[in-house]
Ligand binder design. Structure first.
Ligand SMILES: [Zn+2]
Length: 165
């Protein structure tokens, strides 16, 4: 497997994450859409009210890489990243899909405690990192994990989930 290349469909990714969560079908798989950075920023602004616009001086709106909107069951991923990075972000957002599915009572992200939000984010991030370790070129995955986050760097960034019903 070459650097950043990956040969998995979105459905393959869904199945892999489902197995990680120990979830068995049937479930209603989310749609995955690749969108531009501008479109993703716009979707984030449109669909979040109380979510942060910046963290530690860094714009969340500009650095967002993925978004899961539970209401419509659609995952949005920023296009123009390496296949591998993009797939890892899909895995991250699919993790949020299964969190909502299995913990449905706690659905309103904006109403969740910081503790629950942090737990969900951590869990999704772990899935993302595990995915990279399993499927991506090892040196690439290693390099990305150690990379300092910076806006515009597709190797590091922020993902957010919007959970509302
Ligand atoms: Zn997330």
């Amino acid at each position: 497997m070459g650097s950043g290349r990956i040969d998995l469909s979105d459905q393959d990714i869904l199945h892999w994450v489902a197995a990680e969560f120990g979830v068995k079908p049937p479930y209603h798989p989310p749609q995955v859409r690749r969108v531009t950075r501008q479109k993703l920023s716009k979707l984030y602004l449109q669909n979040t009210r109380n979510m942060p616009r910046a963290i530690a001086g860094k714009s969340v709106v500009d650095s967002i890489l993925g978004l899961f909107i539970a209401e419509t069951n659609v995952i949005y991923v920023r296009a123009h990243m390496s296949d591998c990075r993009q797939a890892a972000i899909v895995a991250h957002e699919v993790a949020h899909f299964f969190q909502v599915m299995t913990l449905g009572k706690l659905d309103k992200w904006e109403g969740l405690s910081n503790e629950v939000r942090a737990f969900r984010e951590l869990e999704a991030r772990e899935i993302e990192i595990r995915f990279q370790k399993v499927f991506c070129n090892k040196s690439v995955a290693k390099q990305r994990q150690g990379a300092a986050p910076s806006a515009g760097d597709a190797g590091a960034g922020v993902t957010f989930t919007l959970i509302k019903r």
